[in-house]
Structure formats: C-alpha cells, structure tokens
Design a protein around this ligand. Structure first.
Ligand SMILES: Cc1cc2nc3c(=O)[nH]c(=O)nc-3n(C[C@H](O)[C@H](O)[C@H](O)COP(=O)(O)O)c2cc1C
Length: 359
C-alpha cells in the first residue's frame, strides 16, 4: 500500500471534498480552496467506454488545479481494456491517484453495470480491481456504497479491497437503492474501518464539524469525505480542522455567504452560457446554501422563483446583507424541515443521528 499525501495539519484525520458531477468543477474547487481547502480533492468522473477520451473540462481540474492540494482522478466504467487505456492516458498528469466510482445511483448509469451497478457483482469487481491494480503505478482508490439493494456482497468486496491492496477507500453509508434518502448506516462504515488495511473515509450526511468528530470517533475512520454540506457551507473543512485542534471555530455571517454567492456566480458562468442555464446552475447550488439562511425557508422559496440573474442576486442581498442581516450568523447545520432537492432528499432530522451515533 502506498502512503497518502500528508494532511494540511499533519496527523489530523483526512478531509476530502466528495466528487460531484457538474458541481466539483475546477472553478468550484478553487472557491472551496479559498474558503479553506480539504486535504484531498476528487474530480467529477471520467466516463470510460470504447470511444471515451479524457473530457477536457475534467482534465483541467487536474492540470490547472491551483489550490495546492492533491487531486484524485475518478473513473466510471467496467471495460477492462478501456480502463487500462484511460489509466495510460492519465499517466502524464499530476494526479494523486486513480479512483474507481462504485456508487453512482442514477438508473441510466447502474443499468450499464457501472458505478453503483458494480455493487451487485463482486466477481466483476474482482476483475476490475485486478486490472486497475496492475495498470495503476501510483495510488488506486475506491469510492463505494454498502451494497446495491442489500448488503449481501459488502464483506466480500471489503475482502477484495484488502486482497488488491487498495490505497484508500471512501464509503458512502447507504445502498444504491437508498439513494440520498435513508439514514446513513455508519455501523457499516465502521465495519470497513475495522476490516480494511487501508485508510477509510466516512461519507454521507456529515453536516458539521461536530458531526465529523462524532463520526470519526464512532467509526474509527481515517477521515471524512463531504459533498452536499460543503456546497452549503464551504468553510466546513477549515471548521473541522479548527474543531479538532480545539481552537475557536470560524462562524460565518450572512455577509460572508453573500460573498460566497458572488464567487459561485462567477464559478458557474462561462463566456457563451445563456442566462437561463447560468440561473439553473446557480439555483442548484443555492438550494443547498439556502438550508442555512433562514429557518422558514423563505430565501429558498423566493430564490427558486427568480427569472433573471439580477433578480437572483438582489434576492441574495435581501436575505443576506440588507436590514441588519449581514452580521447574522450562518447556521452551522441545515434548519429543521428544509430540503435542498425535494425529489431525492428528505429534511435533516435534528439530533437523531447524533443520538443514534452516541447510542
Ligand atoms: C450533485 C451530485 C453529484 C454527484 N456526483 C458524484 C460523482 O461524480 N462521483 C461520485 O463518486 N459520487 C458522486 N456523488 C455522491 C457524492 O460524492 C457523495 O457520496 C454523496 O453526496 C453523499 O455525501 P454527502 O452527504 O456529503 O453529500 C454526487 C452527489 C451529488 C449530490
């Protein structure tokens, strides 16, 4: 097994920004870097199939990455020759490692037996692990869920993780079929941390520094990987470092969030992008940010109705800087009952996860 890059504070648990398709672009990673980088970044997934090439916008998040932190290149696919070919294509570039996606729950993906679809076929996983272990000269890492529609293959796949000397394992503690709705099964993540020879990152609903510390204590994981809650609160990685060091934690105010809005406004824009597509990208991110703006969810409801960029920004002004809003604290956890993506998520249940974790 190869040693991992050093963390920002040597000896602290690892923090990682979870890969998120159409979100963790190069400009977004840079914004996160400005707020307080995680130890590791992961790219959006490179699709691997018979005619695939390296998508240039994803490649740029490796070649032009300027946060100073290592970035792992994620692949999604199942064809062994094409996986080998893609590893060779990536060889000249400064990746921290090659990461295999075994978690994507989108039906159009798992029906092709890639992403989360692999979790129902451990024999196929073995073939891919063997192929990639031989092809990848540096670190070979895996991101997986705990199963497809049950956890029947979980232990076998963890054995394969050991057998093929995977260098880092990230576990999203839900089955593929559980999508983003169920509670996260931290007990299964703990099994991975107990059994695997490599460092394990706990992933799923880690929504604050305090929750990160609880999950680390409970699971014994080497670190945490955070996705949606880093969109909502881009300071979360810095807060985790501060919390674990026992120093005062940065608590953003709504005026800090308004500045973040300007940064993501630029990060989601492109020279020829239409206003409506830019608005769509912004609303996708603000759906998460809005979980911490006001307890009634008025910002979320109003923002979702904005028809122009100007209107959207002035709504942000209203809720974040006007009328003495500026110095209001930004909630460290989502307000009760609010939900970013009503079609695929359920509201955060305050207290229950912590209570369950602490038994
Ligand atoms: C918009 C979006 C895109 C995602 N894209 C990817 C991806 O490209 N690769 C991957 O392994 N996981 C992907 N995921 C899953 C996340 O990496 C992560 O496992 C999941 O969101 C749970 O972590 P969280 O509760 O911290 O968000 C995506 C999740 C979201 C919300």
């Amino acid at each position: 097994m190869k040693a991992l890059p050093e963390t920002i504070i040597p000896g602290q648990p690892i923090t990682a920004l979870a890969p998120m398709q159409d979100v963790t672009t190069l400009p977004f990673m840079r914004v996160i870097g400005q707020c307080g980088a995680p130890d590791f970044f992961f790219t959006e997934y490179f699709r691997v199939h018979s005619t695939s090439t390296l998508e240039t916008h994803i490649l740029s998040s490796i070649t032009d990455h300027s946060t100073g932190r290592p970035v792992f290149a994620q692949l999604i696919g199942e064809s062994l020759p094409d996986l080998e070919r893609t590893v060779a294509l990536l060889k000249p570039y400064p990746t921290a490692g090659i990461d295999l996606n075994m978690g994507c729950p989108a039906p159009k993906v798992y029906k092709k037996n890639v992403g989360g679809g692999l979790m129902r076929d451990p024999d196929k996983v073995e073939g891919i692990f063997e192929c990639l272990r031989n092809a990848v000269e540096g670190r070979f890492t895996v991101k997986m869920r705990i199963g497809f529609d049950s956890t029947e293959h979980y232990e076998r796949i963890l054995d394969l993780v050991n057998q093929y000397e995977i260098d880092l394992l990230s576990v999203h503690g839900r089955t593929v079929k559980e999508g983003y709705r169920s509670e996260v099964h931290y007990d299964f993540i703990k099994v991975a941390a107990d059994q695997c020879h490599c460092p394990v990152l706990a992933n799923g609903n880690i929504l604050s520094a305090e929750k990160a510390a609880d999950v680390l204590n409970y699971t014994g994981c080497a670190g945490v990987m955070i996705g949606r809650h880093a969109i909502r609160n881009p300071w979360i990685f810095r807060q985790i470092r501060e919390y674990l060091s026992g120093v005062a934690m940065f608590v953003p105010e709504l005026q800090d969030v308004r500045i973040y809005v300007d940064w993501i406004f630029d990060a989601t824009n492109e020279p020829d992008l239409s206003e409506s597509r830019h608005l769509g990208r912004m609303k996708k991110l603000l759906n998460f940010v809005g979980l911490g703006v006001d307890p009634e969810g008025e910002f979320l409801r109003t923002m979702r109705r904005a028809k122009t960029r100007q209107e959207l920004l002035s709504i942000c002004d209203t809720y974040m800087v006007d009328d003495s809003q500026a110095s209001q604290p930004f909630a460290l956890e989502p307000y009760d009952g609010l939900v970013a993506r009503p079609n695929c998520e359920v509201p955060h249940q305050p207290g229950t996860l912590r209570a369950a974790l602490l038994g």
